[in-house]
Design a protein around this ligand. Structure first.
Ligand SMILES: C[S@@+](CC[C@H](N)C(=O)[O-])C[C@H]1O[C@@H](n2cnc3c(N)ncnc32)[C@H](O)[C@@H]1O
Length: 320
């Protein structure tokens, strides 16, 4: 049985990254079970505010237990943050935290369909009220698109064989259970060249489907672009990612907005020559932060985590 717990990752580091102002307005864009939100509330003074969001109805239920006038929870996708802030009458914010990916309660509950080792319905949606479940998508996707998704989002070198096996299997019966999918993938790969034998053969396929079904990477890119204009000068952006597919767009986004002319060397050279180099809208705060050894030992989920931090400057956004 899932116990509904989620151990927050890089908790102290994320608080330091947000550099919380006692009476500031903050956003926890990935509430989960509220580990980071609770800490933010501890550091906020009586006039501080925390807006938390999550697209998972189970997170909403957990947030309902927080009775605090400074706190408001909205169930939404984080790319919708500007509309939520408008609805709350909030202009700019002093900091936002994105702790990406799935939470432990989501993975641990077989009924959500993320679990590899426990059989359940093949759903995988963080927000089961929108879009297609993994089972629905698998029922109609072309072999080619399936191969691309498994290769791109799972970084799986047997994507071709797996896609072919799934398409062949669904011709006999619909693929509706996680156990069914895991067995099809294991059979398709066989014992061929598994580098990490402790990893289930279907791990990469499950990751790929999860990222696709939840539009995780599009959501991330869209959210970063849409959140930046709402950061107050001096406001902090703190992002925790768990694999390179997430970390890469974050790193690129931050670099692009922390360099004059988005890093376009030719424009920057011209500007230096004419002394018109503009201030970029973001300033990077340190390098990527990994958890301390003790945290990694205590919480295996934290091992691949990276925290990246940036601060909004006075630099204009227009034309960026
Ligand atoms: C790693 S967990 C966050 C855990 C949280 N920091 C805590 O300490 O409990 C990620 C959460 O973000 C949510 N999430 C992921 N992508 C989202 C999106 N695009 N919009 C809203 N919520 C999202 C998931 O539903 C999940 O609950």
């Amino acid at each position: 049985m899932p116990d509904g717990r989620h151990v927050p990752v890089l908790l102290e580091e994320a608080m330091a990254a947000l550099a919380i102002k006692v009476n500031g307005t903050y956003v926890d864009a990935t509430f989960g079970r509220g580990g980071h939100s609770h800490k933010i509330l501890e550091r906020l003074g009586p006039r501080g505010r925390l807006v938390a969001l999550d697209r998972d109805p189970a997170a909403q239920a957990a947030a309902a237990a927080i009775r605090d006038q400074r706190f408001v929870f909205r169930r939404a996708w984080f790319s919708e943050l500007p509309e939520l802030l408008d609805a709350e009458g909030i202009g700019t914010i002093d900091g936002v935290l994105l702790d990406l990916g799935v939470s432990s309660p989501q993975i641990d509950d077989p009924a959500r369909g993320f679990a590899l080792r426990a059989d359940g319905p093949l759903d995988m949606r963080m927000d089961p009220t929108r879009g297609q479940s993994a089972a629905e998508w698998l029922a109609s996707v072309t072999e080619r698109e399936l191969r691309e998704v498994i290769a791109d989002y799972g970084e799986e070198r047997f994507a071709q064989q797996i896609a072919r096996a799934i398409v062949a299997a669904r011709a006999h019966e619909p693929i509706q259970r996680t156990g069914q999918l895991a067995a099809i993938v294991a059979k398709a790969i066989g014992t061929r060249g598994r580098r990490d034998r402790s990893q289930d053969p279907a791990t990469r396929t499950f990751q790929a489907l999860r990222i696709h079904v939840n539009q995780e990477l599009t959501e991330l890119s869209l959210a970063l672009e849409r959140i930046l204009p709402r950061l107050a000068i001096g406001g902090r952006l703190a992002i925790i990612s768990f694999h390179s597919l997430e970390d890469r767009p974050v790193k690129q986004f931050l670099r692009r907005h922390a360099q004059a002319y988005g890093g376009d060397a030719r424009l920057a050279r011209l500007a230096i020559a004419t002394r018109t180099l503009p201030v970029p809208p973001l300033k990077l705060i340190g390098r990527a932060i990994s958890p301390a050894d003790a945290e990694m030992a205590a919480n295996p989920r934290s091992r691949s985590a990276h925290l990246r931090v940036a601060e909004r400057t006075e630099g204009a956004l227009a034309g960026w």
